[in-house]
Design a protein around this ligand. Structure first.
Ligand code: 9UX
Length: 75
């Protein structure tokens, strides 16, 4: 089933950073859509929770050198 998760994303320093995140995360199984905003440091992910988990997505963003958090649960 589809789930929408809001993220805080810190550590982006130029307009290509959101693009890089969106490109990498879009490739992941179960990710329907991702949008990241440089100015507000927010992200929004639509995912199929049968295929992926938000923690996998957050881990991937963090491995890219950013600092992502789930707004709701603070993880
Ligand atoms: Mo800009 Mo972001 O050179 O990872 S793309 S800082």
């Amino acid at each position: 089933m589809n789930e929408i998760v809001y993220l805080d994303v810190k550590g982006m320093h130029c307009p290509d950073c959101p693009t890089k995140i969106e490109r990498e995360i879009s490739k992941m199984d179960g990710v329907t859509q991702i949008k990241v905003n440089l100015e507000t440091e927010n992200g929004c992910v639509t995912l199929n929770s049968n295929l992926t988990d938000i923690s996998d997505i957050i881990n991937k963003i963090n491995k890219m050198g950013f600092e992502a958090k789930n707004v709701q649960s603070n993880t």
